[in-house]
Write a protein that binds this ligand. Structure first.
Ligand SMILES: C[S@@+](CC[C@H](N)C(=O)[O-])C[C@H]1O[C@@H](n2cnc3c(N)ncnc32)[C@H](O)[C@@H]1O
Length: 160
């Protein structure tokens, strides 16, 4: 499952590696950009669904990929969404994605969900954390609206 897949960068990579992919996003235009880029031979392994986090169905799966996605889930919706993500991943399956940290510039926005390292580790309690890389940096001053980035890049395997 590619949750909040956007224009499908990761969806395309997963399809190329042989996965069957359910890609979801709240923005319908995302999939109008994605579908023309899917090789014909891979199309029967892709399903796309337009849905917001709070009404996204999460069927049992071997991977939930949520690249730069969960921070855009409004804070009240994140705990139930995370519970459903954990329930959907089969034992031995994986979660991959980013959480945004508490020192990120966007942490002050009430519509974004940010976590401390301790909170991320608590969310992953039922997982073997295979990668947890912390990235913290400032944009160079010449980019539009420079910000401070505080990210946790995660790959974790659900315990059997
Ligand atoms: C930063 S983009 C990441 C897209 C893609 N995963 C990637 O890494 O290229 C965040 C995505 O979250 C989607 N999104 C934002 N709010 C959402 C919501 N409430 N429910 C579902 N998707 C949402 C946006 O449409 C956008 O495609």
């Amino acid at each position: 499952m590619d949750l909040a897949a956007g224009e499908g960068r990761d969806t395309l990579a997963l399809l190329a590696r042989g996965w069957r992919v359910l890609a979801t996003d709240a923005e319908p235009a995302a999939f109008t950009y994605l579908w023309p880029r899917v090789p014909p031979a891979e199309r029967d392994r892709l399903t796309t669904t337009v849905a917001r986090f709070d009404d996204t169905a999460l069927p049992p799966c071997d991977l939930v990929n949520a690249s730069f996605a969960l921070p855009f889930c409004a804070p009240p919706h994140l705990p139930p969404l995370w519970t459903r993500i954990v329930a959907a991943i089969r034992p031995g399956g994986r979660f991959a994605g980013q959480f945004f940290g508490d020192r990120d510039s966007w942490a002050s926005r009430s519509d974004r969900t940010h976590h401390t390292l301790h909170e991320v580790e608590a969310l992953l309690a039922g997982f073997d954390i295979e990668m947890l890389r912390i990235e913290e940096r400032d944009d160079p001053p010449d980019v539009r609206e420079p910000k401070h980035w505080h990210l946790f890049h995660v790959v974790a395997r659900k315990n059997s």
